[in-house]
Design a protein around this ligand. Sequence first.
Ligand code: ADP
Length: 272
Amino acid sequence: RLGVVITLTDITSLREAEDELRRRASELQASDRRKDEFLAMLAHELRNPLSPIQSSLEIMSLQALDDPLTNQCREVIERQVQQLTRLVDDLLEVSRINTGKIQLQIERIDLGATVQRGIETSRPAVDAKQHRLQFVGPPEPVWVRADATRIAQVIGNLVNNAAKYTENGGEIAVRLESERGHAVVRVRDSGIGIPQEMLGEVFDLFTQVHRSLDRSQGGLGIGLALVKRLVTIHGGQVEAHSDGAGLGSEFVIRLPQGESERAAPEPPRADK
Ligand code: ADP
C-alpha cells in the first residue's frame, strides 16, 4: 500500500515538473520571438538611412574632384557605408531566416556572373588593403538554380572576410569549377588563418575567432553563419579549411547542379 502512495506522489511531482518545463519553454520561445522581432526592427531602422546616403555618395562620385583630401574622405565614407550596409543586410537576412520569412527567388543563373557580382561588392575592402584578387572560372557558363542576390551576398561575405583577415598586400583567389554534379566555388586567402580547433565553429552565429585582433574592423560574427544558412537552404554545403595560424584560409561552397542545368543550352531571354 505504501508503495502505491509513493508512486502516485512521484507521478504527481513528475507532472508538475513537466508542466513547469513546458511553461519555461514557452516563456523562452516568446522571449526568442521578441529578440527576433527586435533584431528585424533594428536592422530596418538602420537600413533606411543607408540607402539615401549610398545614392548621394554615388552622385557625388560622378563629379570629378581634384582635391585629394576630399577624394580620400569620400573613399573612407564609401567603404564604411558599404561595411555597415553588409552588416545590416546580414542581420536582416538572419532574422528573415529565423522567422521563416525568407523567400528565395530561384532562377537558372550563370554562377560565374553571380560570383563576379559578389566579388565587386567587396572590391572597396580588397582595394583598401592593396590585396591582389584573382578570379578563375571556366570559359563556358556554369548553370545552377539559385537566388542570384543571395549567392552574390554569400560570395561577397567570403571575399570581404578574406580581405579583412589578411595583412595588407595579400593574395585572394576565387575559383569556380563544375565537379561531379556540383558547382564549386573556392575563396582562398593568404591571411592569418584559422586554428584547427576553431574550424568547426566559425559558422556558428556570433562566433569570432580573432576577437581582440579585429575589433577595429567591426563585425558581429554573423557573416559566416548567414553564409552557411543561405547555402544550406539552396541544398548546398560549405566547408572551412586552414593549415593553421598565418597559413591562410579557404572556404569551399558546393551548390547542386542538376542534369538539366549542366547540359541544357542557354534559355531564350524573356523580355522584361
Ligand atoms: P565577423 O563579423 O567577425 O567577420 P564572420 O561570421 O564573418 O564574422 O566570421 C566569424 C569569424 O571567423 C571571424 O570573426 C574570424 O575570426 C573568422 N574568419 C572568418 N573568415 C576568415 C578568414 N578568411 N580568415 C581567417 N579567419 C576568418
